[in-house]
Write a protein that binds this ligand. Structure first.
Ligand SMILES: C[S@@+](CC[C@H](N)C(=O)[O-])C[C@H]1O[C@@H](n2cnc3c(N)ncnc32)[C@H](O)[C@@H]1O
Length: 252
């Protein structure tokens, strides 16, 4: 993919893992409001696997799919570093594109988290991802995903520089927002300490925002029924100044 390669090794250490740790109890809360009938999960764009592993640990059969071999390597290493997880509880990882992936079985729940779907840069790509998830779900299955809004990209990412500086890692995120295309371009420059030296990593990420009505239309086109949308990490509807929306869609 060209991104989430060398960055993968420092993704958790850079603090990104805290999103997943916060997401796990929120997903449990959402499942109480939007129940599913079984415990099989597709964690799409699973990254370094934190959510997938938490669900597997809670007794779910989990498929972790991501486009980055390096992120999946981190996920696998995380399982290996655990204190002997029972074999049946290890997620089944696979490197596939979220627009066209296949699973060995259909699942009760699909998740796609931390604005991974904002990496779909065209409506056709976003629809392809929605259709693939639809195919992967059992009838009655639920799809939970969050996306950054145009409001977030315009107010929090435009002409911004953010620096994370720890003992072994310095990360500079520089982003600009293109209002015409509702798209953010972000350069991540990472200095990773290796002994007395620093290894420099540079990645260019692009995220696309979509109007809420358009996301709802694409979900409907893919066959989903939109059950709810929430201001992420809450159970209240999004407002004009919501930066991240959690969507709940069900396969009829
Ligand atoms: C912001 S990270 C989120 C990772 C994880 N969901 C989390 O919460 O930490 C975005 C993830 O999307 C994955 N990704 C981006 N484009 C993809 C694609 N076309 N197919 C599959 N995965 C993709 C990246 O490899 C990366 O792991």
């Amino acid at each position: 993919m060209g991104i989430y390669q060398e960055y993968a090794a420092v993704y958790d250490a850079s603090g990104q893992i805290s999103f997943s740790l916060r997401m796990v109890p929120y997903l449990q809360q959402l499942l109480e409001r939007h129940p599913v009938e079984g415990k099989t999960l597709l964690e799409l764009a699973c990254g370094t696997g934190t959510v997938a592993i938490a669900f597997a640990d809670a007794g779910w059969r989990v498929y972790g799919v991501d486009g980055s071999a390096e992120m999946l390597a981190q996920a696998r290493a995380k399982v290996e570093a655990m204190d002997g997880p029972p074999a049946g509880r290890v997620p089944i990882w696979s490197q596939q594109d979220m627009r066209r992936f296949e699973l060995p079985e259909r699942v009760h729940l699909a998740t796609c988290l931390y604005d991974s779907l904002n990496y779909m840069l065209t409506s056709d790509d976003l629809l392809a991802a929605f259709r693939s998830v639809y195919r992967a779900l059992l009838p009655g299955g639920v799809f939970l995903f969050d996306m950054n809004t145009a409001w977030a990209l315009a107010t929090q990412w435009d002409d911004e520089t953010m620096v994370i500086d720890t003992q072994d890692l310095t990360i500079i995120f520089q982003s600009t927002y293109d209002a015409t295309r509702q798209r953010v371009s972000l350069i991540a420059t990472i200095f990773q300490r290796v002994g007395e030296l620093y290894h420099k990593i540079v990645e260019h990420h692009v995220e696309q925002a979509y109007p809420e009505e358009h996301i709802a239309t694409l979900l409907t086109d893919a066959g989903f029924r939109v059950e709810a949308s929430y201001h992420c990490f809450r159970t209240t509807p999004p407002t004009a100044s919501t930066g991240r929306i959690m969507w709940v869609a069900r396969k009829p």
